[in-house]
Design a binder for this molecule. Structure first.
Ligand SMILES: *[C@@H]1O[C@H](CO)[C@@H](O)[C@H](O)[C@H]1NC(C)=O
Ligand SMILES: *[C@@H]1O[C@H](CO)[C@@H](O)[C@H](O)[C@H]1NC(C)=O
Ligand SMILES: *[C@@H]1O[C@H](CO)[C@@H](O)[C@H](O)[C@H]1NC(C)=O
Length: 527
């Protein structure tokens, strides 16, 4: 879960930077900000191979990751997979297999890969454990020829070990991941490494997960696009869980179109997560989501603004910035419906009052215990075992500093009883009387809000989708985003809006725009 932690300050790091332009057969291919379409184009014209691409990213990881700590593990088989993709492309007379073919992808370290890598939620408790199989989304990406580059760092156990105490982006195995834009700034979490690695061009795209803000927030803080899909649009089978009501797996990318190509590859019904995915499968368009990447996507949309509480934390000049973004949306043909309220929004925004936190703690214990039982090999088989492991390894897990308060609270719960069922019903009702009602009453296509508050509240409790797009930088260089959210299955509209806003503004900048300390040129042999 994304939490606002105390800010930790680090001494300003000296960045060792690396600019890569590869020169193959006299053509330049710029790796920085390369999109999936750029890469597929370069593959098709024999300007680049997947193996070369993997090598460039591995080089950047070697240079940047000791500082940024966005990557937790590198897949020892990444180069082999890339060579395989290159071979397939050469022998494929019908053209490439998919947009993701030969594209390097990084997975949050809670997404199981049945290979030489570990799946640990950043914790030593799961190091060396063996999963029974790939997570379903990993299996899907393997099938379409994506290259699994590695695992991304995260806030350990999604911060559920000690909410508010574990700093965003910290895990025992990964150390403190860093925001690449502002030294010592919050990278947010819990999909910290997924966002940082994409932002710093250490990989093409990555996969994160969100229960309450964990894709939208790190994407927002690291100037990348994050899609939080409707719960069930993507299978959660094989992903370390918190809550089947709220968990969702989604893309983090530098552009809306990259995120959408990844989304297209991972959505769909899955018998191993059948209830949620069969419910959501009806939303998936037969031709996929890339048809909604249209320049004129803003035109005709009705967008709702909920000033309280989503603009409350902004001061006057920040509101002016947001208003200028609304003007861009108006200029693109949207109607802005302003200043209505969402019923009970103060309860929705307070996870203690709404019952959300109590319910999540009960759901976490029972679902994580189920996950652990499925492991083929593991030193820990239950939440109780993990707590014991932390107690036995206080230094490794920085137990003195961060504790495990939330684990202890969760361990006290005993499944989904009457109280939990009531809380779930209450959250359902808050959504019906809240977002469902205003969307209908005001005939809205989407809600739009600055920053992360929409995803932390309304979208979280009801399993609703959201997309964040880079929207600028504070005076100190800290990125911020704009978030579009809507009803279940409204991804087509959200993609149209996000893509339209991105194309109209193009605000994202890579983190290292200063003169580069090292400029290296890779000269590759002809493909
Ligand atoms: C997985 O963990 C083991 C320790 O149990 C370690 O030796 C191995 O290098 C890890 N795998 C990768 C790919 O880092
Ligand atoms: C305005 O808000 C931003 C963050 O939203 C903050 O960084 C800045 O210090 C605030 N400025 C004033 C004058 O309060
Ligand atoms: C928020 O306001 C502060 C000054 O009050 C300014 O430095 C900062 O850049 C503003 N941020 C945005 C997003 O407008």
């Amino acid at each position: 879960m994304a939490v606002k932690p105390p800010l930790i300050l680090f001494s300003t790091p000296i960045l060792l930077l690396l600019s890569v332009t590869i020169r193959i057969q006299g053509h330049d291919f710029a790796i920085e900000e390369a999109t999936i379409e750029n890469i597929q184009g370069a593959f098709a014209e024999n300007k680049l191979t997947s193996l070369q691409l993997v090598d460039i990213y591995l080089q950047r990881i070697e240079n940047l990751n000791p500082l940024l700590r966005g990557v937790l593990e590198i897949n020892p088989d990444a180069r082999v997979q890339a060579e395989e993709a290159d071979r397939e492309r050469r022998s494929d007379t019908h053209g490439r297999r998919s947009f993701m073919h030969g594209i390097p992808v990084l997975f949050k370290d809670t997404i199981a890969t049945n290979d030489k890598m570990n799946t640990t939620a950043g914790s030593y408790a799961l190091l060396g454990s063996v999963v029974a199989r790939d997570a379903v989304i990993v299996e899907k990406l393997r099938k379409v020829g994506a290259v699994i580059l590695g695992k991304a760092s995260l806030t350990e156990w999604y911060s559920v070990r000690a909410i508010g105490k574990i700093p965003n982006g910290w895990s025992a195995r990964g150390g403190q991941a860093q925001n690449p834009y502002v030294a010592g700034a919050d990278p947010c979490g819990s999909s910290s490494g997924s966002a940082i690695s994409v932002a710093a061009n250490m990989v093409s795209v990555s996969v994160g997960s969100e229960t309450k803000g964990s894709i939208i927030c790190p994407a927002d803080y690291n100037s990348v696009v994050g899609i939080k899909p409707t719960v069930g649009l993507t299978s959660r089978a094989g992903v370390i869980p918190i809550s089947s009501r709220q968990d969702t797996i989604g893309p983090i990318a530098r552009t809306v179109s990259d995120a959408v190509h990844l989304l297209d590859a991972i959505v769909g019904f899955d018998p191993r997560d059948s209830e949620a995915t069969s419910e959501a499968a009806k939303f998936i368009p037969a031709a996929g989501y890339k048809q909604f990447l249209i320049k004129d996507g803003i035109r005709g949309k009705r967008l709702g603004i909920v000033r309280h509480p989503f603009l409350d934390s902004l001061n006057a000049s920040n509101v002016t910035t947001f208003e200028s973004h609304l003007d861009i949306l108006r200029a693109g043909g949207a109607t802005i419906v302003d200043d209505f309220e969402i019923a009970n929004i103060d309860i929705i925004s307070d996870s203690a009052k709404s019952g959300e936190m109590m319910l999540l703690l009960a759901e976490f214990k029972s679902s994580v215990n189920d996950y652990l039982k499925e492991l083929k090999v593991s030193a820990v088989k239950s939440l109780a075992d993990i707590i014991k492991f932390n107690n036995n390894n206080p230094d490794l897990e920085k137990l003195q500093e961060y504790g495990q308060d939330t684990f202890l609270e969760s361990e006290k719960t005993s499944g989904i009883g009457e109280k939990e069922r009531k809380a779930a019903e209450n959250l359902e009702k808050l959504s019906q009387d809240g977002i469902e009602k205003v969307m209908k009453d005001y005939k809205l296509d989407a809600l739009v809000a600055p920053g992360i508050s929409l995803s932390m509240t309304v979208l979280a409790i009801g399993g609703y989708p959201g997309i964040t797009v880079p929207a600028g930088y504070e005076g100190n260089g800290m990125p911020f985003g704009i978030c579009f959210g809507g009803l279940k299955g409204s991804e087509p509209k959200l993609i149209e809006l996000a893509y339209g806003f991105e194309q109209a503004t193009r605000l994202r900048k890579p983190p290292f725009s200063e003169p580069l300390d090292i400029t290296r040129e890779f000269i590759f042999a002809a493909v």
